[in-house]
Write a protein that binds this ligand. Structure first.
Ligand SMILES: [Mg+2]
Length: 238
């Protein structure tokens, strides 16, 4: 079940395969391959590299830049993709709206790209300063050459970003990291010298769309959309 704490807390949501059912970078690269005879082979290659990244077999920056090298990506296509209406289940939208209404803080913490997460985030009522994601680095011809430097795509990037926001006073209460992969799970700090935690306090494994391998120690499991609905008859452990 999704945790609904009584006191104001901070929730960091992964985007791809969590808030959104798909992998947005792979979708846009697939769009760029439309009409090309090598589309299917390249798509398989892209998926392989994506999975290596989310499972921690290669670092995330390498996973992202390797995928971007396979397909030239131009600004016009990125803008077009940002205007496609992504569908989010009403339970997912309702969850974010409920958390905001209950005075929790909500961030999107993603190794996807601000260029298209920002337009989609409006449906959740989140402002740009609540979205932490990569930005595309463009060449003078309007083609993507990689990504701007950011803590998020460095090793343990999500944990480092959470730590930074915590130190800046931009979080409140307990911190929950919600996501589908080990990269999200790594944002939860391990017990340090008995007392001090770094990163998120809890990890919520979101397995509505995909079931990826995770380490032991998951605090909450979300396995279906009905797990997202606040049920007042359920005892709340928090
Ligand atoms: Mg994900």
């Amino acid at each position: 079940m999704f945790p609904f704490p009584k006191d104001p807390a901070t929730f960091f949501f992964d985007f791809d395969s969590t808030l959104y059912a798909g992998e947005s970078l792979d979708e846009i690269l697939s769009l760029a391959l439309d009409g090309k005879p090598w589309k299917e082979n390249t798509k398989q290659e892209i998926e392989k590299i994506m999975i290596q990244g989310v499972n921690g077999e290669i670092d995330l920056k390498t996973s992202i830049t390797q995928r971007m090298k396979l397909v030239p990506l131009d600004k016009a296509l990125v803008e077009k993709y940002g205007q496609i209406k992504m569908n989010f289940p009403k339970e997912v939208v309702g969850l974010i709206q409920l958390l905001l209404a209950k005075k929790h803080q909500v961030y999107i913490l993603s190794n996807g790209f601000l260029e298209w997460i920002l337009p989609f985030s409006q449906i959740f009522g989140l402002s740009e300063n609540k979205i932490i994601a990569n930005r595309i680095l463009w060449d003078s011809f309007g083609f993507a050459t990689g990504l701007e430097p950011h803590l998020i795509h460095t090793p343990n990037g999500k944990k480092k970003v959470i730590e930074e926001l915590k130190n800046q006073g931009k979080t409140r209460g307990k911190i929950f990291m919600v996501g589908d992969s080990k990269a999200d799970q790594n944002a939860k700090g391990k017990k340090n010298k008995g007392q001090i935690f770094e990163g998120a306090d809890f990890f919520v494994a979101w397995q509505i769309y995909v079931q990826r391998p995770l380490e032991e120690g998951v605090d909450y499991w979300v396995k279906s959309l009905s797990d997202l609905i606040l049920n007042p008859s359920m005892p709340n452990p928090l």
